[in-house]
Design a protein around this ligand. Structure first.
Ligand code: ADP
Length: 506
């Protein structure tokens, strides 16, 4: 199958959060299954170009009608691992992507409207005929409406459109004039059935464009697919999602098993696996689980924690309200009360939140058992996922969540709020009703301090009082299969299903 993703992130070269991981992991698995996969991305100033092999100009200029003028762009091509990538570089005084960050600018709507349209023009100019065009989140919502109203019939009659909602918390509010700029008549799209924002009359909702105009819509876990149909989870889009529920699916994310691999992770000083076996080749180092302790020591050294026989609890997260900021803070204090050690790695796009955590960081700067790192750091993330005993993920809502999956891959036990993908992937030792061989963590329902205590206390107590049982729980985590193999098959199932719906629906 020929599959093209239009995305604003791709790990590891342009990654802000889970979206980048998902597009990377899914694309690699689809390629492994023999499919032809391309990813179209903006060429940000902050793209890590050294991670892209054989980068060269592919086509220039691509001409795009925008605001009644012609905008010209250069498209670069290269490879990230085996994924063929195409980077869009529009030439404009506005410098749409020559910025330090991927998101967070006042003109984000305009930036990603431009990207969406140039991406489609590039597909036309390059003569691509994808069978599946896969869009992600509100930033590529404009591509959904453009594809249905201007491009499909004329240029891609056999292409089906898939739209993935990674997080309904960000919907992209625009004005009709933003659509006018793309050559669409903005006001004509204001109705509730089209792209009119259900909560703010007169505005256009770009996430809604994906939901309304795609042939199939999915979100990133079965539980979240149900939650978004409710007023609490739908964040205003529940009515639209309910109308389109027959084409709505929930597909759990996987993680890239080569990149996140305790057997070979280049960031780790020692390696291990569940079986603790030697590597196949003679004289290869032992992969015994005791090597997790070697990483734990290295983690203490790297972060300045005191060397003591205590459990290490971590949190790796964007510091935004969705992630349960008060509960993260509470988990830190509770861990210290219960004689654990705590490490936080995270950063916030909001200067006020960042300042609050900087204050907390300073307070613990010389504490023997807690440290906060308020930056994005890949190496430290790997060391923490592997060297820790417990990860806390106290999200208020969580479409899928990757950190609990990555942590389990490294034998680190998750303590999570039971919501969305966290509820689908973490099975509580005490109350999930599963036999011990099938449990892998601790959960709580109510997003308050009592909830955190209920789950975190049980985890810390088990670590302290029953080390053997804890060891078995660590093995259960190591044995969880979160690879992309099953999820990619689910996506292929959706691709196949929409392909049989022949005929152009405009
Ligand atoms: P979201 O997409 O909402 O941010 P996910 O759990 O789906 O949350 O994905 C988060 C991803 O970003 C994970 O791969 C996690 O390891 C990574 N991450 C988050 N914060 C940091 C950080 N400060 N440094 C390194 N990696 C981070």
């Amino acid at each position: 199958m020929n599959i093209v993703h239009i995305s604003t992130e791709l790990a590891p070269v342009a990654k802000v959060g889970g979206l980048g991981d998902v597009v990377f992991g899914l694309s690699r698995e689809l390629i492994r299954c023999g499919h032809d996969v391309h990813v179209i991305l903006p060429k940000y100033a902050c793209t890590e170009l050294e991670g892209i092999q054989d980068l060269e100009i592919e086509i220039e200029p691509i001409r795009t009608e925008y605001k009644g003028n012609t905008l010209s762009s250069t498209v670069w091509r290269g490879r990230v691992k085996e994924i063929q990538v195409h980077l869009i570089e529009p030439h404009s005084e506005v410098a749409y992507f020559e910025r330090d960050e991927v998101y967070g600018y006042e003109d984000d709507v305009e930036r990603f409207c431009v990207f969406s349209k140039v991406a489609l023009d590039y597909l036309v100019a390059g003569g691509y005929q994808p069978e599946i065009l896969h869009l992600h989140d509100w930033q590529t919502g404009p591509a959904a409406v453009l594809f249905r109203k201007q491009y499909r019939e004329r240029c891609f009659p056999h292409c089906q459109l898939i739209y993935t909602i990674h997080n309904l918390g960000y919907q992209g509010q625009a004005f009709p004039e933003d659509l006018d700029a793309l050559g669409l008549e903005g006001k004509a799209f204001l109705s509730q059935e089209q792209m009119g924002d259900d909560q703010d009359w007169g505005r256009i909702n770009l996430m809604k464009a994906g939901v309304v105009y795609a042939d199939a819509v999915n979100t990133v876990s079965p539980s979240y697919a149900k939650e978004i149909l409710t007023p609490e989870g739908g964040k205003g889009l529940q009515g639209t999602l309910w109308t389109h529920r027959s084409k709505l699916f929930g597909v759990l994310n996987g993680i890239d098993y080569d990149y996140w691999n305790p057997e070979s992770d280049p960031y780790l000083p020692a390696h291990y696996n569940a079986a603790g076996k030697r590597k196949a080749k003679v004289r290869a180092p032992s992969l015994g689980i005791q090597n997790k302790d070697v990483v734990k020591q290295a983690l203490r050294k790297y972060t300045g924690l005191e060397e003591r026989d205590r459990p290490i609890v971590i949190c790796i997260s964007r510091l935004v309200p969705q992630k349960g900021l008060d509960l993260i803070r509470h988990a830190l204090f509770r861990t210290l009360e219960k004689d654990g050690q705590f490490l936080l790695l995270g950063s916030s796009p909001c200067s006020e939140t960042q300042a609050q955590f900087v204050a907390l960081q300073e307070r613990f700067a010389h504490h023997p058992h807690a440290r906060l790192f308020l930056q994005h750091e890949e190496r430290l993330a790997h060391l923490m996922f592997s060297g820790a005993d417990i990860i806390v993920v106290p999200s208020l809502y969580e479409p899928c969540g990757l950190t609990q999956l990555i942590a389990m891959r490294y034998g680190t036990v998750p303590v999570v709020r039971e919501t969305g993908g966290l509820a689908d992937t973490v099975f509580d030792v005490d109350h999930s009703g599963r036999c011990f061989g099938e449990v892998n963590g601790f959960g709580f329902k109510h997003p308050d301090e009592g909830g955190v205590n209920y789950a975190l206390d049980r985890a810390l107590d088990l670590w302290k009082r029953q080390p053997r049982v804890w060891g078995d729980l660590v093995k259960n985590c190591l044995n969880v299969d979160s690879s992309w193999t099953r999820s990619a098959q689910d996506y292929l199932g959706i691709y196949e299903e929409v392909k049989v719906c022949v005929g152009v629906k405009s």
